[in-house]
Design a protein around this ligand. Structure first.
Ligand SMILES: *Cc1c(COP(=O)(O)O)cnc(C)c1O
Length: 376
């Protein structure tokens, strides 16, 4: 195996979910494990989240739900967007919960349910998504009652929830979240007036659940906080949350170089005195963004922060270790803790002008995941 790994602390995921479940109760938790569990491994994350008290799992794709089913996970799984017509038989056969927001989506799902033999005794759970301002997906509020009526009228479908999604929940001072809530509650009132029962209401992602307690309703859909990261600088995670992923490698090569030498492609980094350079066998093909070069990016070696030297290449990067004693095989931590020091995915994100989500989802499949249970 390559001397690199993304270590996933499953006890951190379990304990994060338990902390969040207690925080949001009596609302329940949907643990979002799309995109291979934000890079942590969907199946292992799903099991840890269920052990921590998650009630429902969220995925983006039917194929992601099928992966959970193939691993023997039988908890309810919600596909968060309306699946394409070509995926519906699969969705129904895999016993996934569906999201709908168009009349054609409801009709096609009803037809798939009938083909697979789901009827009044065993209808497909359907979650109706309303666009209250995100403008990504969802039925327009004025059309929500008619769409809900279509779901209720189909014997193969069961209206399980009505939900929406916030655009700016991670900026807690923005009044638009409250405006989205007003629009959402107006739709709920319309449905009630039409005599349509809504068994479950949900709106909040991680930021919404933390920063807007009044938006928790019956369920919150938590992604980033499950993995121990804060939704944004303005919305910190609750106390006790622990990042679940660390990225490590073993030094593959070491050399002393004189002062005044250029380093790596473009020779953009110059040694200002004689120094020890360590080679680390991770590069941009592993998800260490090349743009991190020259932003002051650092790694941990021997419990100290040391700068990444020069351009990050596809498979390798260089670290300026100065006079630190370092040998082939020594551990380098790119994300995580070593000694008393720590580097978080948020730090990379800040350097790169992005969000921690993109960092953890970007650690490529080429990096072996090592799942472990840390008893601490
Ligand atoms: C991805 C996603 C979430 C989770 O978002 P976080 O910010 O990671 O908590 C919740 N709801 C929907 C609809 C999503 O697509």
């Amino acid at each position: 195996m390559r001397p690199v790994s993304a270590d996933i602390d499953l006890s951190a995921i379990r304990s994060n979910v338990a902390i969040l479940r207690d925080l949001v109760a009596p609302a329940r938790v949907c643990a979002v494990v799309k995109a291979d569990g934000y890079g942590h491994g969907a199946v292992a994350t799903a099991r840890a989240a269920l052990a921590g008290g998650a009630h429902l799992l969220g995925v983006a794709l039917v194929a992601e739900g099928a992966e959970l089913r193939a691993a023997g996970i039988d908890a309810p799984v919600l596909v968060l967007s309306q699946a394409s017509v070509h995926e519906l038989d699969d969705l129904v056969a895999q016993r996934l919960d569906a999201t709908v927001y168009t009349p054609a989506g409801v009709a096609d799902l009803g037809a798939a349910a009938a083909r697979v033999g789901r009827g009044r005794h065993d209808p497909v759970p359907v979650h109706l998504k309303v666009d209250t301002g995100m403008r990504r997906v969802g039925v327009q509020p004025a059309d929500a009652v008619a769409l809900a009526r279509a779901v209720v009228a189909d014997p193969g479908l069961h209206l399980a929830s009505v939900f929406t999604h916030f655009a700016v929940a991670d900026e807690p001072d923005d009044p638009f979240t409250a405006e989205q809530q007003r629009r959402y509650e107006a739709v709920l009132a319309d449905l009630a007036a039409a005599g349509i029962e809504v068994p479950c209401r949900h709106a909040a992602n991680s930021a919404g659940a933390l920063a807007h307690p009044e938006a928790r309703y019956d369920l919150v859909r938590l992604g980033i906080v499950v993995y121990g990261l804060s939704p944004s600088a303005e919305v910190p995670g609750p106390p006790g949350l622990r990042p679940a992923m660390s990225l490590r490698a073993a030094v593959s090569h070491v050399k002393r170089v004189p002062a005044g030498e250029g380093v790596s492609y473009g020779l953009r980094y110059r040694t200002d005195h004689e120094t020890t350079l360590a080679t680390v066998p991770l590069g941009y093909a592993d998800g260490v963004p090349r743009r991190l070069s020259g932003t002051g990016g650092e790694v941990l070696v021997g419990g100290e922060r040391r700068p990444i030297a020069g351009t990050i290449t596809m498979d390798q990067l260089l670290v300026d270790c100065d006079d630190l004693p370092v040998a082939v095989g020594d551990e380098v931590v790119l994300i995580g803790a070593q000694g008393g020091a720590a580097i978080g995915a948020e730090e990379w994100a800040d350097r790169l002008g992005t969000i921690s989500y993109e960092i953890i989802c970007g650690i490529s499949p080429r990096v072996p995941r090592r799942h472990r249970e840390d008893p601490s």
